[in-house]
Design a protein around this ligand. Structure first.
Ligand SMILES: Cc1cc2nc3c(=O)[nH]c(=O)nc-3n(C[C@H](O)[C@H](O)[C@H](O)COP(=O)(O)O)c2cc1C
Length: 188
């Protein structure tokens, strides 16, 4: 499949099958992410791939509690108060979650994360696998319980979470919607 077709097919998937993606598929996605460029070739971005159902469940619960407590940066009090702790799952029950971190003082931290996650999303789309960028680990990372969990995963004290990605087989076939709209382009 051509790269442009994978880019056009990619869309945010918010309904996943419970079945895990194969190891070969995971490796292809991780390889694409791992090879992403970084500002000044710093390569300080780190990738945490979570597939353990227990850890995924623990992470979902910690983020739900942090969001409900109003500790999700940028989430309004009304929205936080409306969260149903029993059903809320910020990564839509995807069987794989990729968390991206960077040293807190890295100038290109978020741009580097964008490159990593876009590579992962496109490679996944090429395989017919769904992804969705999820901001809530980043939003909640200052919550004490979430930070403790991140430390358990191996995130260092001087690292921040810059983004995360839900990955799994989509319930519905990928159908990108940006072909017609997309971003504005001006030719000069
Ligand atoms: C930086 C960034 C952060 C995003 N955060 C979230 C998120 O927290 N939760 C979510 O469901 N979607 C998130 N998205 C997905 C966007 O909502 C989605 O890309 C956009 O609506 C366009 O739809 P498409 O991905 O299907 O083309 C994020 C996307 C980007 C690029």
């Amino acid at each position: 499949m051509e790269v442009l077709k994978a880019i056009a097919d990619r869309c945010s998937v918010r309904e996943y099958k419970a079945e895990q993606i194969t190891d070969d598929e995971l490796q292809a996605i991780v390889e694409a992410a791992r090879m992403a460029p970084s500002g000044m070739n710093a390569r300080k971005t780190r990738l945490f791939v979570i597939q353990s159902p227990e850890v995924l469940e623990k992470t979902a619960r910690a983020i739900a509690a942090a969001t409900r407590a109003g500790h999700a940066e940028g989430v309004s009090a009304e929205r936080a108060a409306a969260i149903d702790m029993d059903s809320y799952n910020f990564f839509y029950h995807a069987p794989t979650l990729l968390i991206v971190t960077s040293p807190a003082d890295a100038y290109n931290a978020f741009a580097d994360c964008g490159c990593v996650l876009e590579n992962a999303m496109i490679q996944a789309a090429e395989l017919g696998i769904g992804t969705c960028w999820v901001n809530n680990v980043r939003r909640c990372q200052k919550d004490a319980a979430v930070r403790e969990l991140l430390t358990e995963l191996g995130v260092a004290e001087d690292e921040i979470v810059t983004g995360s990605l839900a990955i799994g087989y989509p319930v519905h076939e990928l159908k990108g919607k940006n072909q017609e709209k997309g971003h504005e382009v001006k030719y000069i």
